[in-house]
Design a protein around this ligand. Structure first.
Ligand code: ADP
Ligand code: MG
Length: 240
């Protein structure tokens, strides 16, 4: 699903060079739920942004679904991102002037879906996260946990195969955090691969696999992940 080999990322200003990632290697298989932990500044967000094709990298190799990302231009990367990847951020990143329906619609508008297909997807994902009755509400009228559910609906509406979450429970109290985690687990059971950065050891422990990042490098991971994909899933075998 996602494979990085000896990846590096250097941020350069005229004064300093920051090696945000160095010799970073990871292999996430179809159907996995991976938790990424590590101290602040260790490179977790950088990794996630590169994984989500939002940021370029400086060196090394990177494949998404067997496709070599190195040779791709901006358009090709955007297309791959829109088709395959959904994002959830710590701060939800909802648009305050848009109601929930229109918030979830934003990324779909880039995809060339028909209006009817978009409407179906929006209603389906909002009901999947338990907010079907709130479609005309605005983000400010919701709790933090509900806002994060909208952000999850927005990430899922395009049917991504890979969901990337950067501290999705970081702004939530523990009860709401647990609710969001349960929703992510449910989404993973239904087949979406998830990579989640978290500070919360309790949530990390619930993932199938933990990857620990220190100083831009993977220091620690379980070598043999337990897959939840059903036996005989050809796609998973081919992509593993
Ligand atoms: N846009 C940027 N420009 C310069 N340095 C950056 C930028 N983004 C991140 N960094 C640096 O890269 C390192 C890793 O940052 P980050 O990936 O955000 O860490 P984490 O998410 O683990 O807290 C840090 O030293 C940070 O200051
Ligand atoms: Mg971060």
């Amino acid at each position: 699903m996602l494979k990085m080999n000896h990846l590096s990322k250097v941020y350069r200003t005229h004064l300093i060079e920051t090696h945000a990632l160095r010799d970073f290697s990871i292999h996430v298989r179809e159907g996995e739920f991976v938790a990424v932990t590590g101290p602040s500044g260790s490179g977790k967000t950088t990794f996630l942004n590169i994984a989500g094709l939002l940021e370029e990298f400086s060196g090394g190799e990177f494949w998404v679904d067997g496709v070599d990302v190195r040779g791709m231009n901006d358009d090709q990367r955007s297309r791959l991102r829109n088709e395959k990847i959904g994002f959830i951020f710590q701060g939800f990143n909802l648009i305050p002037d848009l109601n929930l329906f229109d918030n979830v619609d934003v990324p779909l508008r880039y995809r060339g879906f028909s209006a009817a297909d978009r409407k179906r997807r929006i209603e389906e994902t909002l009901s999947r996260v338990g907010l079907a009755s709130r479609m005309k509400h605005y983000p400010a009228e919701l709790s933090g946990g509900q806002q994060q559910r909208v952000a999850i609906a927005r990430a899922l509406a395009g049917s991504p195969r890979l969901l990337l979450a950067d501290e999705p429970t970081g702004n939530l109290d523990s009860l709401m955090a647990r609710g969001v985690m349960e929703l992510l687990e449910e989404i993973n059971r239904q087949g979406t691969t998830i990579i989640m950065v978290t500070h919360d050891p309790e949530l990390a422990a619930r993932a199938q696999r933990n990857v620990h990042v220190i100083d831009g490098q993977v220091t620690d991971f379980d070598a043999e992940p337990q897959l939840r994909v059903p036996a005989g899933n050809d796609a998973a075998v081919a992509l593993a």
